[in-house]
Design a protein around this ligand. Sequence first.
Ligand code: DOR
Ligand code: ZN
Length: 345
Amino acid sequence: MNEITIIAPDDWHLHFRDGDLLKETVPATARCFKRAIVMPNLVPPVINASMAEEYKQRILQVLPVNSSFEPLMTIYLTNQTTSQDIIQAKQSGVTAAKLYPAGATTNSDAAVSQLDALYPVFETMSEQEMPLLIHGEVTEQHIDIFDREKIFIDQKLSKIVENFPQLKIVFEHITTKEAADFVLQASDRVAATITPQHLMLNRNDLLVGGIRPHNFCLPVLKRNIHQEALRQAVIAGTNKFFLGTDSAPHEKHKKESSCGCAGCYSAWSAIELYAQVFEELNALDKLEAFASTNGPDFYQLPRNKSTITLIKQDWIIPSDIKLPNGEFIVPFFAGETVKWQLKNK
Ligand code: DOR
Ligand code: ZN
């Protein structure tokens, strides 16, 4: 197949950041995605309806002319979040709330330390039909980083799912076979996003032949059996898995550092890379469900009306991208060849 046309996709998990960086990140995503769930881990985090609305306006301001892209806003749960915060957020059009266990990743210091204390908030979210988006890793120092997702499932996630059977939960950027299996056996109110990097890479791509800081993200890449399980999950024909790039820019010098930041900036190539993975799996016919219908169906939003076309044509991802402030970002898969290209209308 040399060309594929699908319903326009959405990105159900990404990081736009703020300020001048929006001029880079928002057009990059809006070039092919119609909507995106915008993560709230700014400094300070987006913790309530008014902050989410202000952030949304800053995003809309940098949209290319004639773009119909719609940012779907989220709030960041903290130890101080109240049921009232959830009700107000819902009323003002916030789509979902994000749970970061404290210390789990970039800008998560303000996040939740005691999950049980948030149960009244989860109850309200369930009543309000506001999805709970979860970064699913425990953060205790003594727990091996490669085990943190599995232990989160066993110790935390299974309890939340059991206690709130009506609450919609998205297990974000899953990285393990255990996570894929957990989502598959759970009710239809539990789904998961999967990133391009976790489908394309495993921990060898992070560590063999030298440390590759641009492949470092959280949850960290796992061993190849997990990568394979995720690849099988997206083509299994279930509607529980959908596209979430976790595109997360960090300036080059902050990644190429003695203590490098976690995050892969994939917005410029994500849909093409997903297409490449689905083609490798001989399952291009499953791309549309993953990229364009499972997500809106889960969130009970309309599917997009327009389409995009991808053509089979090699191109090379640039080695870096210059930011408005003069700094550089190294995009995910920089310098590598991608086999699919978005056809501009
Ligand atoms: O690698 C990651 N980067 N994982 C996250 O969960 C957060 C993100 C970021 O904000 O940089
Ligand atoms: Zn993320």
